[in-house]
Ligand binder design. Structure first.
Ligand code: ZN
Length: 309
């Protein structure tokens, strides 16, 4: 880590007994330029993306920055220390369904409000770095939503260089409140970048994030160096998330990234104590890009996500 890069802290006094601190890095260049904000650890057990944010800052040359790069390696610090996948332990809410937040809500709403106002509102561009959570596998992908800045968000997502790009149409969206969706609704282009899975620190997954963030920073003009030539990506018109109609024992039978046809078997959901087996079939053709890898799935739990061509 260069000596001049020192972590600052966002202090949120109204959370917890003494408030909570969210450490972050703000690297200001000597030349004028835009602000890029990179979040990681909105889900506190998505370690590959957190590792990548840490490594990006460690290897960053401040002299190569024009404008400002803000990196928050672990947004949800209490989820990180509690090793709590998906949700914030204090109130059980998913932080990435709570943006832009509510200062009068519960713990996660207040956290989202401060994160949004401090790191997102003043930015010109943003990326939210994620990976498959503890019980989740995925193919590297980027997702952006329809917004007043759809085209700019798409260009940024492509610049990150992951294999699959999903333009999430409004009709396929389940709930709002995602960081990048809320950002783009106020005119800040953004997207989610996903690489890594299952709580593992897989080297290639981390490298993919570091390379993607570096290229994105070059692409938007906050970091010296030419962005790489545009990479081949597969674009999808949305991702449909299949959920469990009842609690059960889930076993998938798909290979991520390999297209399926309508009606193909995706997996089975069995009774945990009993012989009933429900076959889960593809409602339409598409490409499975993420899935739950643990067998225990509660009612309405995520089984897998299929990107639609
Ligand atoms: Zn996540």
């Amino acid at each position: 880590m260069p000596d001049e890069i020192v972590a600052k802290k966002l202090h949120i006094p109204e959370l917890g007994e003494r408030g909570i601190d969210i450490p972050y890095y703000e690297i200001k260049g000597r030349r004028e330029g835009p602000q890029l904000t990179a979040l990681a650890g909105v889900h506190g057990t998505e370690y590959a993306s957190i590792a990548a944010a840490r490594e990006f800052v460690r290897d960053l040359d401040p002299d190569a920055v024009s404008g400002t790069i803000v990196v928050v390696p672990i947004v949800s610090v209490t989820s990180f220390w509690a090793r709590s996948p998906f949700v914030v332990p204090e109130d059980g809410k998913n932080l990435n369904r709570c943006f832009p937040g509510d200062p009068n809500g519960t713990f996660t709403d207040i956290l989202a409000h401060h994160v949004f106002e401090t790191f997102i509102r003043g930015a010109d561009f943003m990326v939210d770095m994620h990976c498959g959570d503890l019980p989740e596998a995925l193919e590297p992908l980027a997702i952006f939503e329809e917004s007043p800045v759809t085209d700019a968000s798409r260009e940024m997502a492509i610049a990150y260089g992951l294999g699959h790009i999903v333009h999430q149409r409004a009709e396929l969206q389940t709930g709002g409140g995602r960081s990048y969706g809320s950002a783009s609704q106020i005119g800040i282009p953004g997207f989610v970048a996903e690489s890594g899975q299952k709580g593992l620190l897989e080297r290639d997954a981390i490298d993919r994030h570091v390379a993607g963030l570096t290229n994105l920073a070059r692409f938007v003009g906050v970091l010296d160096g030419d962005p790489w030539p545009r990479r081949e990506v597969r674009e999808h018109r949305g991702v449909r998330t299949l959920r469990a109609e009842r609690a059960g024992w889930w076993e998938s039978s798909v290979e991520l990234g390999v297209p399926v046809e309508a009606g193909d078997l995706l997996g089975t959901l069995s009774e945990v104590w009993g012989s009933g087996v429900m076959q889960i079939r593809a409602p339409e053709a598409g490409t499975p890009l993420f899935l739950t890898t643990n067998p225990a799935v509660s009612f309405d739990g995520v089984l897998l996500g299929i990107a639609l061509d």
